[in-house]
Every structure is written in C-alpha cells, then in structure tokens.
Design a binder for this molecule. Sequence first.
Ligand code: ADP
Ligand code: MG
Length: 409
Amino acid sequence: MSTRILGIESSCDETAAAVVADGREILSSVVASQMDIHRKYGGVVPELASREHLRQIVPVVREALAQAGLSFSDIDAIGVTQGPGLIGSLLVGMTYGNVPVNHLEGHVHAVFLEAHIERRTPALPAVCLIVSGGHTLLYYVEAKPGASSTLSPLEKNAGSTFTLNASSEARSPRIDGNQASCGFQFRRLGGTRDDAAGEAYDKVARLLALGYPGGPVIDQLATRATACGPAVSGAGSTWSPPEKDELHFGPVKIKGNSYDFSFSGIKTAVLYYLRAHPEFNAEIETRREALLQGCRKAADLLPLCSPQVLALISNFQSAVVNDLVTRTLAAASETGARTILVSGGVAANSALRETFQSRAATKGVNVFFPSRGLSTDNAAMIAAAAYSHLKAGDIASSDLNAEPNLRIA
Ligand code: ADP
Ligand code: MG
C-alpha cells in the first residue's frame, strides 16, 4: 500500500495543505492565498499573515483530505514546513506536523513532482535556482549517497546504466523513477545580497502602480512592449520621451562570488528614473485609481500603460531574467552539471522559462521547472520532501520548533 503524507505549508503568505502518495502522486493540493489581505500594504505583513493562517489552516486541511477522499486515519505522516519563513506563520503549521521539512528543499521536490507528471527524470547532479519573493538562491544538488545506485527494473533488464538517446538528460545514468524519495544534499553556490528577484518585481510594480504581487502582471505586460509599441492609445499620457531617454540596465556587477545576486540596484534605478520623469505621474495615478476599483488584471492595466512604461517594464524584466539565467548557466558550466532545476514563484515567469530553455539548449543542458501552480508556495512539495525524511527515519523529536532562518546548506 502507498505511503500517504499530508503536507502543510504556512511559511509566508499561503496556507496550503496537500496529500501526496509515495512522495510523487499528488492526491490533492489546496492553497489559500492571502494576497487580498496583503495587497493594500504592497507586501506581506507578518502579523496579519499569522492571524490569517490560524483562520485558514483547519478548513484548508479538511479540504485537502476531502479532495483526496481520505480521513486523518488514512494518513501515515504529516510533513510540515519548519523554516525558513515568518516565525508566527511557521508556528501555525508546526502545531500539526511530525515530519519537519525545509521550505527550500520543498521547492526542489516541486520540480521532481512536475517531472514525474511529465514522465521525465532530471539527472543529478544539478544546479538549482530557487527564486521567489523571499529567496534567490543557487545550489549544487546531488542525490543523497546511495540514491543514485538504484536502477529501475527496466534498466536492470537492459543491462546498461546509460540509454542511447542523444539528449544529455538521457545520456546521464538513469536513476529509479523516484530518486527524489531518497532526498538530496546541497552545496550553496550563491544567493542574493539584498532583494530577492520576486521582491524586485513586487517593488517595481508598486512604484508603477501595477498591483500586488507584481510578478504575474509585469510578466504579461512585458510581452506587450514591442507588440503594442507607440500604437497603444488611451494610455493616460500623450507625452513621449526621446528613445535615448529610456531606462536601460547594464549587467549587474558583483564583487567577489559571481554566483551571488543583487536586485536592489535595478529597483532603485527605476525609482530614480521615475523621480527624474514626473511626466509618468499622471498615468501612475490613473492606474492607482483603477487598482482601487479592482482592475488588477494585466488586460485591465494595459490600456492605462504608455508605450514608455511598457518599454520600462520590459527592460526591467530582461535585466532580471538575463542576470538569473547567466549566473545559473555559468554555475552549471563550472560544476559540470547537465541539469538545471528552477523553482519558486518567479519560476512561473514566461520570459525566464523561455530564456532558460533557449540558452540552455545551446549548451546541452536540460532545464526543469515545476508547473506554475507548483512553482509558488504549495504543500504538495512539502509532503514530497517529507516522504524522503520519513524513509530515512528523520522525524520530529518532542522539542521540534519553527526555524525562521533554517538553511539547507
Ligand atoms: P514567497 O512567498 O517567498 O514570496 P512564492 O513562491 O509564493 O514566494 O512566490 C511569490 C513571488 O513570486 C512574488 O514575489 C511574485 O511577484 C513572484 N511571481 C509570481 N508569478 C510571477 C511571474 N509570472 N513572474 C515573475 N514573478 C512572479
Ligand atoms: Mg508566497
């Protein structure tokens, strides 16, 4: 019989519960987002977040069990995010669980859950980029010792650990379909020195009055920059600055570890640019009013954006995406990893996905993303990670506590 784990995630602004069988079959996944509550503050307010988790946790867990057609007595273990995250939020989930999971490790399992759905197997070692509103981290990921020697019966019969396919994914030693169930070990390569990439999206969206969270709207509007060009009408602004006045971002310079990131400079450049160009104020005010009326979709905001703002958004996104992709590919090349795993809310970004796919393909590297739903915080990834801990006998002692600054490496 399968091992069924209830996962609970409450590290930040999503209250989530999910049931996953054998670390890879998602039986249910429920996410209650607090976006509507934090929106008016332009970011997550910790005190409000923990109160909302308290309100949501019981109905969300009930819903996850109901959707899986199970009751508590059918559950073998409860995996829960121990950290990193907001202490008050983490504590709400921690009251439920007996298998502590690192949230970041969960994001890596999200990639494997998705790969399993697609019947693919990411070859390890890999370089993993975790990129969200709270994190921008780069790790070298290997299977825990022992995991990679397990061949699937199919491959044992074939008498070879290598397949003949030409892609690097297939050239790598194939590991049994559930290598993630044995867990991973991590080496930290770098991380952001200031803002996380998602935070930069959210802050720039705030400066431009594009709503919260900023990522999804900027993602969609950026694609309209060249498509619309000067043809956009009714943009609340008839002013058009000369092109040389457009804000362009050079590569982010980092002293020391070249796998570190920094996004606060890009955000500040947008701030100073807007200060130097009060011509944008009118359309920003128009969009602010539209947001207050509940017009938050990219399609609602597009007619309220001048071509210059769309160009600005597109340039901002290109700068962030290029930086993330360039540093991650360099890390893969230097470590010899032929696989890149990308996870976290910003992994949902279409430009990031396209840029990774096209640039990695030229280097013979395979890139894996979770679906959009598994990219942002969810509990299926926590249940999947808990399975590997459960198998290793790594369950909670009675003094288990939330760890706001928990690391994986
Ligand atoms: P956290 O809770 O740590 O912020 P999540 O994994 O829930 O992390 O991700 C939320 C973040 O992801 C937000 O900063 C949001 O703006 C960003 N995000 C979500 N979708 C996109 C997207 N399509 N493009 C860019 N950023 C995105
Ligand atoms: Mg979140």
